[in-house]
Design a protein around this ligand. Structure first.
Ligand code: ADP
Ligand code: MG
Length: 236
């Protein structure tokens, strides 16, 4: 069973952090030991979205060799394990990104599922994340720029030896048909494993620094996140 996923995109702002946080919480709600890691070392915000405030040790200190991974794990909603990224840019140069693979190995020892929130784009840190997990999940919006960039990342994933595992269509319009989804799948070259609607509850939740599945569990986006989590965890 695939257990470690890198959640990425090409274009920024497609919803990687939102998807990582909410899928992580939904998997934890289903009783799966789940860990989410902010590998967006430069622009870390996964911890914020999950409501963490005091995080003196982050992934950055682990990647610089200053702290063991155990010290960078914080408890999120429903027992979700959260490894936040550092908010300070100061030490960015001292980070050894190659250590990320050790982090993934250590965490897969203690988790059923591991989700890595990846940086956007195709810089060295983004590329590294593509091979750090078992599979890569592309978060795309139903717009041409997002799809074109995701195709590049899918090709890049294969080039560097990673495995594209599927895509999540985020901010989808409810009225858009299955034909539209199939067209996007054909363009991307991977199947869409879930579709999350555009939902104002998502923005309201992030303003309240909570994942939407916690703040508005009955919302249509929360139901969609739980469906994707159930399918990853093979829950009928
Ligand atoms: P990324 O991590 O890819 O940069 P974020 O997860 O930070 O993207 O999302 C970018 C913005 O879009 C945030 O303000 C978030 O609240 C909003 N957003 C993400 N998904 C949805 C959605 N399904 N419906 C409405 N707003 C969304
Ligand atoms: Mg993000």
């Amino acid at each position: 069973m695939i257990r470690a996923y890198t959640i990425t995109s090409g274009k920024g702002g497609t919803g990687k952090t939102t998807v990582t946080a909410n899928l992580g919480v939904a998997l934890a709600q289903y009783g799966r030991e789940t860990c989410v890691v902010d590998t967006d070392i430069g622009l870390a915000n996964l911890g914020l979205v999950l409501g963490l405030s005091e995080t003196p040790v982050t992934l950055n200190e682990v990647l610089t060799g200053e702290a063991p991974i155990q010290d960078a794990i914080y408890e999120g909603p429903y027992g979700l394990m959260v490894v936040p990224g550092g908010l300070s840019l100061q030490r960015f140069q001292d980070v050894d990104p190659e250590r990320l693979k050790d982090v993934v190995r250590d965490l897969t020892d203690i988790c059923d599922f591991l989700l890595l929130d990846a940086p956007a784009g195709i810089g060295p840190d983004a590329v590294l994340a593509l091979t750090a997990a078992d599979e890569v999940i592309l978060v795309v919006n139903p717009e041409i720029a997002s799809i074109v960039d995701a195709i590049k990342v899918r090709v890049l994933t294969e080039t560097v030896g990673g495995t594209p595992g599927g895509a999540i269509l985020n901010r989808a319009a409810l009225e858009k048909s299955n034909t539209n989804q199939r067209r996007i799948e054909r363009a991307l070259g991977v199947s869409i494993i879930g579709s999350i609607p555009e939902d104002p509850s998502v923005r309201e939740a992030s303003a309240a620094r909570m994942p939407v599945v916690v703040r508005s569990p009955a919302s249509k986006s929360s139901k969609a996140f739980r469906r994707v989590a159930a399918s990853l965890a093979a829950i009928p």
